[in-house]
Design a protein around this ligand. Structure first.
Ligand SMILES: NC(=O)c1ccc[n+]([C@@H]2O[C@H](COP(=O)([O-])OP(=O)(O)OC[C@H]3O[C@@H](n4cnc5c(N)ncnc54)[C@H](OP(=O)(O)O)[C@@H]3O)[C@@H](O)[C@H]2O)c1
Length: 225
């Protein structure tokens, strides 16, 4: 059987690092990518330099993983972009900045989904899971300063829903994962990398698709709000 391979797109010191450690500790080969990546590589860890403001870099990053180990059976899209907007004039954001955030939050996610399902069609691994790191903006309504992020998270949720409906029958699993406080409010800057690592590993090991819009609370797990 093929080795378990996890690929994290947009991996930094918090979620990315904790998720990478969790999967590596459980025998996965782990590829991480970010703008500052590309430095350290070992037999089981591959670091890739990539900037997802250009969706084409997603294609080349997947190629690097594929050429090194093969197609990843676990793909985590964790990168996000936001230009903070003045609350009373959100459309003063230059269209170039809007497009840049849209590329990271939506177009590169779309390309990552395309690359993922193309690889999965010929992959024998029993568990194939794609996890997008979301937040509450897909359901909360607009929070003006964060609107480019909200546009992205809303579109991402739609993409994940479409993926489940289209590819679920083939056993492919997709999640929009969203950590919340126990009262359902957004965790914001208290986002917990370890809680993501635990949750993402559980989702990766479960052969069944759970609720795709996966709101979860640290130390408690899935919670419907
Ligand atoms: N549930 C919530 O309420 C909530 C709260 C906060 C955050 N979040 C979500 O959590 C995710 C980030 O979490 P985190 O900061 O803890 O993760 P992290 O793994 O610590 O950092 C994410 C990494 O993504 C990389 N990245 C950013 N833009 C990129 C680009 N254009 N191309 C390639 N890589 C890029 C950055 O590294 P480089 O700078 O080296 O590129 C960054 O370090 C985002 O999706 C965010 O929306 C959710």
């Amino acid at each position: 059987m093929a080795a378990n391979i996890a690929f994290i797109l947009g991996a930094g010191p918090n979620i990315g690092q904790h998720v990478a450690k969790k999967f590596a500790a459980n025998g996965y080969k782990v590829a991480v990518s970010s703008r500052s990546g590309g430095s350290s590589t070992s037999d089981d860890v591959l670091s890739i330099k990539a900037d997802f403001t250009d969706p084409q870099t997603v294609v080349s990053a997947f190629k690097q993983v594929r050429d090194t180990w093969g197609d990843p059976n676990v793909v985590i899209y964790n990168a996000a972009g936001v230009h903070f907007a003045p609350p009373t004039d959100v459309f003063s954001i230059p269209s170039q900045a809007f497009e840049q955030d849209l590329s990271i939050n939506v177009s590169s996610l779309y390309t990552a989904l395309q690359e993922t399902v193309a690889g999965w069609k010929n992959l024998s691994s029993p568990s194939k899971v794609f996890i997008f790191t979301g937040n509450a903006l897909n359901t909360s309504g607009a929070i003006a300063p964060l609107f480019t992020l909200g546009v992205g998270k809303s579109a991402a949720a739609h993409l994940i829903d479409a993926a489940v409906k289209s590819y679920g029958p083939q056993g492919f699993k997709f999640y929009y994962a969203d950590e919340r406080n126990a009262d359902g409010s957004p965790v914001g800057n208290s986002i917990d990398g370890r809680a993501h690592a635990e949750t993402y590993f559980q989702l990766a090991e479960d052969l069944e698709q759970r609720t795709w819009d996966y709101t979860f609370v640290k130390l408690k797990g899935f919670t419907k709000f």
